[in-house]
Design a binder for this molecule. Structure first.
Ligand SMILES: *Cc1c(COP(=O)(O)O)cnc(C)c1O
Length: 505
């Protein structure tokens, strides 16, 4: 690499000068790294230190509005009869401020679980989820999930749409005395191995359509999810074209059908500096294709629905870590930069799907650059390493420690997979979190304190007042067996004659 500076590396590898825009939501100005147009990351570190998580909600609004604009432009260009219906797939990030921001930006709601539908019902009742919004309920529905959807319907939401995952669900909803608007999810379009468990086979969908004829209920939506972060537009459109043929067949049985939902899959620009996807072109080609298929079958064009998870929220949050320690690589391998945190814990997709993220230094852009490896210093796990084997080397300025690196694009799935609250791998504490939202007089910021050791200990059962309970006989025998073996469980006070079982309060 010679003595190439970081700025020169960025120019040579990614075609960015380091002055002005780096992508849609990262900019560098007067030597300052700016996030989402208005947040000076160096200033945040100077004020709050690292590690730090920054959630910048205006980016959510911006992404939603951009997609709505792009779809409107495609609609105007193709003369498509219906506007795009943008739903937020909440499973990408359930944080209150995230969901509220998406709803305020005009998004409809897509649920994936019982708790999700229960939250939707609460938001529907307190007005955060306006009554004109659709709520699409996907996934296999257990008793609790069924109940949550029914409750939302009975409270008056006529726009809650159970998207059927099996025929038992259908039997359950069909018995309701209030009219229900149904969706069906087709099983065959899923591109990933785990996807084809969702939804119904074609003859099952036709059976639903037949059964609903001349009832108080109606079939309104057809769902054809292909995958996630789909960057191959041609492959995606090919699958959706075949799905549209199926939609038309179904429409001839149930002409109440009027929404074509392509589910998730819309790719985000948040993971790579060289990402390109022609969003407007995608919608132009999708609208034209749908129009053509519908014309051929004499079917009115449907309203197109998208459930945008990753796309909606990936860009809005990022981490700032300090390189707290460095170590030379062995035998000429790239040196280790040990972060004051853990990518494995905070961005688990680095492990689960080998996800790569945009990682930039906050300062030192004119320092010599080198390929490095990141390790989480707050775990002792050899899997806590980035980049993964076979991935492009990560280049950062040389440092003896103290360099702060920005990890972008972590707003989708990472927090939900890693969990919030509780204890994490190697007890890596959750970092300080800054939540920035658009307020009536400009940006407003909230600070959530880093997780304390006592919170972690309480989550693990330390420091809790023990509660005495009657011991069921079998349990008592087990305790005695343990004693006979000569092992004294640490939780049993030695003096007690009849050993109680200690139960966490
Ligand atoms: C997960 C999921 C989504 C969101 O997918 P993204 O690729 O994150 O946009 C949308 N719809 C359904 C049914 C899902 O399961």
């Amino acid at each position: 690499m010679g003595e190439q500076t970081f700025r020169e590396y960025l120019g040579a590898r990614w075609g960015k000068t380091g002055d002005g825009p780096i992508n849609d939501f990262i900019r560098r100005e007067d030597g300052r790294l700016i996030f989402g147009d208005r947040v000076d990351l160096g200033a945040l570190v100077a004020e709050y230190g690292a590690p730090l998580e920054v959630a910048y909600c205006p980016l959510i609004t911006q992404e939603i509005h951009r997609m709505q604009r792009v779809a409107a432009a495609a609609r105007a260009a193709t003369g498509y009869a219906q506007p795009l219906l943008y739903a937020y797939a909440t499973k990408a990030n359930f944080a209150e401020e995230v969901v509220r921001t998406a709803l305020n930006a005009g998004a409809h709601y897509e649920t994936s679980s019982a708790a999700d539908a229960q939250i939707a019902a609460i938001l529907w009742q307190n007005g955060t989820l306006p009554h004109d919004r659709w709520v699409f309920c996907n996934g296999s529905k257990d008793a609790e999930y069924l109940h949550a959807v029914v409750r939302l319907r009975l409270r008056g939401s006529a726009r809650v749409v159970p998207v059927l995952d099996d025929l038992d669900e259908f039997e359950h909803f069909r018995k309701l005395s209030v009219p229900v608007r149904f969706g069906v999810r087709a099983r065959e379009w899923a591109r990933c191995a785990g996807g084809d468990r969702f939804g119904l086979l074609e003859d099952e969908m036709l059976q639903v359509a037949e059964t609903l004829r001349d009832t108080r209920h109606e079939l309104v939506l057809y769902h054809a999810m292909v995958g996630s972060q789909i960057e191959d537009e041609g492959e995606w459109l090919a699958a959706l074209t075949r799905a549209m043929e199926q939609y038309c067949a179904l429409w001839h049985v149930a002409p109440s059908l009027r929404m074509f939902n392509f589910g998730g899959g819309m790719p985000t620009a948040a993971y790579a500096l060289d990402f390109v996807f022609d969003y407007e072109g995608f919608f132009r080609r999708l609208f034209t294709t749908i129009q053509t298929v519908c014309d051929r079958h004499g079917v009115p064009v449907p309203q197109v629905v998208g459930e945008f998870g990753r796309y909606t929220v990936a860009s809005h949050s990022m981490f700032l870590f300090e390189v707290a320690q460095t170590k030379a690589g062995r035998d000429g391998a790239a040196p280790w930069y040990l972060l004051d945190g853990s990518l494995m814990v905070s961005a688990p997709d680095t492990l689960i799907v080998d996800q790569q993220f945009i990682i930039l230094p906050v300062d030192d852009w004119d320092a010599p650059a080198q390929a490095v490896r990141l390790g989480g210093r707050r775990t002792c796990d050899s899997d806590d390493a980035y980049p993964r084997a076979g991935q492009e080397p990560l280049v950062l300025p040389q440092t003896e420690g103290g360099l702060v690196v920005a990890v972008f694009g972590v707003g989708a799935y990472q927090q939900m997979l890693g969990g919030r609250g509780g204890a994490h791998h190697c007890l890596n504490p959750e970092m300080r979190r800054l939540i920035i939202e658009e307020g009536p007089r400009g940006l407003e910021m909230r600070e959530i304190a880093p997780q304390s050791l006592s919170q972690i200990m309480v989550a693990l059962g330390y420091n809790q007042q023990p509660v005495r309970q009657r011991v069921p006989v079998a349990a008592r025998r087990r305790v005695e067996a343990v004693r006979t073996l000569g092992v004294r469980p640490a939780c049993l006070p030695a003096s007690t004659k009849t050993p109680p079982v200690w139960v966490n309060g």
